[in-house]
Design a protein around this ligand. Structure first.
Ligand SMILES: NC(=O)C[C@H](N)C(=O)O
Length: 374
């Protein structure tokens, strides 16, 4: 286990010099003025990097190109672009896949889940390179399905391809490794390293399709990065109300089999025809409602009549859906649940996990209560 620092007591009588500390990962120790120091060998933190692709692993045809590029760089090539980290940590890497994150499906999600769970016992930190489009979904899934204990799991992506002028990938990756290797990152669960910011994977979301400063959600900020220094604003804490699911995987499983949940987008003049089109094909529905839970009354009535769970989330990037805004059935129990602070794509994953556990409506509601919905 990597500690913040290691305190060593010598046999020296002089109290002022009888203790000294070795910073984590350091091999140099300070000798006290008298007495025999106790030398203790401390190894560097061991970091595992799992490569999955994304813009961070992409190449364009010239250095001004920032759109229309292709995933074409291995994790090994990516590591060649960052400053020397051999005095900071020991690295091992594995290429799980190399795809744009729009193509991540349940097979690949399973590979990431397995890559993480198999590395938990042997490494001090895990870094996952990932496309930013769906990074927040994978981060949310891992936080919800893996007991990370003290281990930092750091997702990292970039907004510019590796070939562009001022590519952000190498710095984001370098910072992700420093975050994963830093003892102050322990006990914080799943983190995201992007644009000098350290965020909580449970809440953070891509808020801008093009800008380098793309991951902006109020609930997400944990810290900042300045000149290779990790600055956390608060001591370690895990996301409030995060429900941990224990996945039941069949022996020899090669994919995740989740119940199907779709997301519908609310808009002016929305009608229940849209619900009729999808209802038979899905086990649950998430709606990106207008505002904080508002939908036309006719749509509300249609959704209340279904015998499957419907999560009311929001199309606004920030804010939340409170239970007070939910429509109520005239009699009986409601099948409509408020997403609280979760956006539609995170709500979808949470509902899938709850359905996979065969949670009843009230158990599912309780899970969403953790994020002030329910
Ligand atoms: N910036 C990015 O990584 C976007 C890319 N399309 C992806 O998600 O793989």
């Amino acid at each position: 286990m990597v500690n913040d620092s290691l305190e060593i007591t010598t046999i020296c009588d002089d109290v002022g010099h009888s203790k000294f500390t070795i910073e984590s990962g350091s091999t140099e120790i300070e000798r006290p003025e008298c007495g025999t120091p106790i030398y203790q060998h401390r190894s560097l933190p061991r970091i595992k990097i799992l490569g999955t692709g994304g813009t961070i692993a992409s190449k364009g045809t010239d250095s001004s190109q920032t759109a229309g590029y292709h995933v074409d760089l291995t994790i090994e090539e990516l590591l060649d672009c960052i400053p020397d980290i051999s005095s900071i940590c020991e690295l091992e890497y594995e290429q799980l896949c190399n795809v744009d994150s729009k193509d991540l499906n349940e097979d690949l999600l399973f590979k990431i889940y397995k890559g993480v769970t198999e590395s938990l016992q042997t490494f001090d930190g895990i870094v996952i390179t990932h496309g930013t489009d769906t990074l927040s979904e994978t981060a949310f899934f891992i936080e919800s399905s893996v007991d990370t204990g003290e281990l930092p799991i750091v997702f990292v992506g970039s907004m510019r391809p590796s070939t562009s002028v001022s590519a952000d990938g190498p710095m984001n990756l370098y910072q992700a490794i420093l975050i994963a290797a830093n003892p102050k990152s322990r006990g914080r669960g799943v983190l995201v390293s992007l644009n000098d910011q350290i965020s909580a994977g449970y809440y953070i979301t891509k808020t801008n399709a093009n800008s380098l400063d793309s991951f902006n959600v109020r609930q997400g900020y944990l810290g900042n990065f300045v000149n290779n220094e990790v600055h956390y604003y608060y001591p370690p804490v895990k996301p409030q109300g995060c429900h941990k699911f224990k996945l039941k995987l069949a022996p020899g499983a090669t994919t995740l089999k989740f119940p199907s949940v779709c997301i519908l987008y609310g808009h002016q003049a929305m009608s229940s025809d849209l619900i009729d089109l999808v209802v038979d094909h899905y086990d649950g529905i998430v709606i990106a409602t207008m505002g904080a839970g508002s939908l036309p009354n006719e749509v509300n009535q249609k959704l209340l009549s279904l015998d499957k769970p419907v999560i009311y989330s929001k199309r606004s990037m920030d804010g939340m859906v409170p239970t007070a805004n939910l429509p109520r059935p005239l009699k009986g129990k409601s099948n409509i649940i408020a997403s609280g602070y979760l956006n539609p794509e995170k709500s979808r994953i949470l509902l899938q996990l709850a359905l996979a556990e065969n949670y009843c409506m009230e158990e599912t509601r309780r899970v969403f209560r953790g994020v002030y919905g329910g």
